[in-house]
Design a protein around this ligand. Sequence first.
Ligand code: RP5
Length: 177
Amino acid sequence: MVRRFAEGGFVGEGRMVLVGVVMGSRSDWPTMKAASDILTALEIPHEARVLSAHRTPDAMFAYAEAAAGRGLRAIIAGAGGAAHLPGMLAAKTRVPVLGVPVQSRALSGLDSLLSIVQMPKGVPVGTLAIGEAGAANAGLLAAAMLATTDAALAARLDAWRAALTAAVPELPFDPAE
Ligand code: RP5
C-alpha cells in the first residue's frame, strides 16, 4: 500500500524509505514528479524533498550525510541552471546519485545537463536526459538497481516493461480510420 503525504513524499506503509527524490526548488516538482510516479507504480517506498545546493546547503549536506544510515539505496536529484545538487550530494554520500537535468528557462536545460554530467573522476553521478523523460528514467533505473536484490520488485519491473512493449502499435496509422 502506498500513500501520499501532504508535502509530496510517498512511502510504503510501515516500510523503510529506499529512494530519495530531491530537487532544488518546488518549481522542479512538475518534472521530478515523473520519477515519483514511476516509483509509486512499482511500489517502491520513497520520499520527495526540496534541497538546494545554493539556498539550503546545510540541509543538503545533512540529508546526504544521513542517507546511507537511513537505508536509502538511491538518491534521484533534479536541478536546473547551475545544477550542483546531484554532484554535491554525491560528494557527501556513497549512496548512488542519479542526476536529472531540469529544463531551465534561459538555456532549455543544456546548462543543467552540462553542470550535472561533467563530474570530475572519482565522484560519479549517473546523469539522465533533460526533463521529464530523464526523471521517469531515473525512477526506472533506481528500480532496476533495487531489483537486483528484490525478486518481487524484479517481477513488477518486468511486468511494467512488458506493458510498455505491448502498448507499441504495429502499424504507424489506425487502419479503422
Ligand atoms: C535551481 O534553480 C532549481 O533546481 C530550479 O531548477 C532553478 C530555479 O529555481 P526557482 O527560481 O524556480 O526556485 O536551484
